[in-house]
Each structure stands twice: as structure tokens, then as C-alpha cells.
Design a protein around this ligand. Sequence first.
Ligand code: SF4
Length: 103
Amino acid sequence: MPWFAGVAHSAIDWGPTIDPKKCVSCGLCLNCAKDVFEWVDGNSVVARRDDRVVGCMTCGNLCQGHAISFPLLDELRKAYRVNHVWRHVKDAMIEAGKLPAES
Ligand code: SF4
């Protein structure tokens, strides 16, 4: 998926990083709904970083080894501001009928 809310993925730095020294090989992160992780030689690896949901940190919140980290949220919010992502998302939600049209 090369685009996110009308913005090139390359403009949005977001995704998990695993610290292999902390990973306890529990396999919980493989439950990711976007299938970002893969099991390789007894360890989890980030196999499809660009498939993540931008802003999602569920794996990091639930990782048993506290091994998963993400870029700083402030940097993500800055990218949203600079690339007008909030506006793109709101317009898309209005178009989908999930938000009322602005008067
Ligand atoms: S959830 Fe955390 S500790 Fe468990 S396999 Fe994934 S990275 Fe390793």
C-alpha cells in the first residue's frame, strides 16, 4: 500500500521495531491483524512494516518482553499536521457517511 490518507507512505515513518535481546519468543505479536510479523528460526521478525496501521501500537502494548518499540508519537503527530492527514481522514469519513457533512 504506497499511500496513506492521500500521503505517500515514505512520508510517514511508522512501524514496529523488535529488540531481539528482550524478545521472549512468546509469539503474541504474530496475532497482528495486518500480518506485519513473521516467525523465522524461532524468533519474530518485522516482515511487512509498511502493512501496519499507522498509529497502531497494540503489539507493543501487549508484548510480553517489552521488546517492541515505535517511533515517537510526537513525530507522527507532526507528520499528520505537515501532510494534512487529519483533513484527508475527516473528508474520507464524511464521504463514507460516517461523519455528517460540514455546513
Ligand atoms: S510479542 Fe514481543 S516477546 Fe513475544 S514474540 Fe513478539 S516481540 Fe517477542
